[in-house]
Write a protein that binds this ligand. Structure first.
Ligand code: PPS
Length: 284
């Protein structure tokens, strides 16, 4: 990709925002030691990351809300690719999050140590959510306009590069990991069932009361009001706007033209035809 303005740098084929990430840290994290108790949420940006950080930390809190309500999500489950994530020193069980593509995660994870929860979201909604976040977040390049951002997204000229490559590489290599695949849309449709799936996967059981509490504290409405789960303090380009923007399925319909949608569908079919994935594109 063109990095004329140095907004991004490339590391092993993946685009990173220069203001946040450091090549030396990315090199080191490939060699991090992994423990069986480590859990990694893996997402392409704007696929439900903070939602899963909130859910997972609530599950591990086992009904004790003090920690969850006193620490922001990014401290409860930090990004391993952010230089100050402090991964090696943190006490177990370590909850983590990453947007990294398959080929850049700690190599030891591939030996089935630790657990990976991959959360995917239909890419039209990912694109739209990402467009608005680029307009909102001060450290990100402002999109020229929606059509221009659309082209960049399709070409992978965005942070963490191409959505199609991210999901393909993770899904085709899933058997190298203890791997749970979830979608944003299934979380929307049946959050209780999704939380139960996560509990089974990580080996934590919650009684009904604790399960209800996780559901309550991870609802869009509760998180939007919760300063520990809504990123209200991040640097913004202008007042107003919110990280928890709409939290729905199908908002792409309010933003894509018919021609953009048809073009996206064609590219999706070409790039995804041999992957057995089914996305929900509209509210059910
Ligand atoms: S990031 O920047 O990659 O960490 O963003 P990420 O957290 O992956 O995605 C942000 C979008 O997730 C929505 N969100 C939720 N939707 C439903 N319920 C809950 N609880 C929830 N929490 C976050 C958030 O609103 C962003 O989507 P959009 O479509 O922009 O609203």
């Amino acid at each position: 990709m063109s990095t004329a303005d140095n907004h991004y740098f490339q590391y092993k084929g993946c685009n990173f925002v220069s203001a946040i990430y450091k090549k030396e840290h990315l090199e080191q994290l490939e060699h991090f030691e992994i423990k069986d108790s480590d859990v990694f949420i893996v997402t392409y940006p704007k696929s439900g990351t903070i939602w899963m950080q909130q859910i997972l930390s609530l599950i591990y809190a086992d009904g004790d809300l003090d920690d969850v309500q006193s620490k922001p999500t990014m401290q409860r489950a930090p990004w391993i690719e952010v230089p100050n994530s402090n991964f090696p020193e943190r006490p177990s069980p370590r909850l983590n999050v990453t947007h990294l593509p398959y080929h850049l995660v700690p190599k030891a994870l591939k030996a089935k140590k630790g657990k990976v929860i991959y959360v995917a979201r239909n890419p039209k909604d990912v694109l739209v959510s990402s467009y608005y976040f680029h307009k909102h977040f001060a450290l990100y390049e402002s999109p020229k306009n929606f059509p221009d951002f659309f082209e960049k997204f399709i070409d992978g000229r965005v942070e963490f590069s191409c959505w199609f490559d991210h999901i393909r590489d993770w899904c085709t290599h899933k058997d190298e990991f203890n791997f749970l695949f979830l979608t944003y849309e299934e979380m929307q449709k049946d959050l209780r069932a999704t939380i139960q799936k996560i509990c089974n996967f990580v080996g934590r059981q919650l009684d009904d009361e604790k399960l209800d509490s996780v559901i309550k504290h991870s609802s869009f409405e509760t998180m939007k009001k919760d300063p520990m789960a809504n990123y209200e303090g991040i640097p913004k380009k202008s007042p107003g706007g919110s990280f928890l923007r709409k939290g729905t399925v199908g908002d792409w319909k309010n933003n894509f033209t018919v021609a953009q949608s048809e073009r996206f569908d064609k590219i999706y079919q070409e790039r995804m035809k041999d992957l057995p994935l089914v996305f929900t594109w509209d509210k059910e």
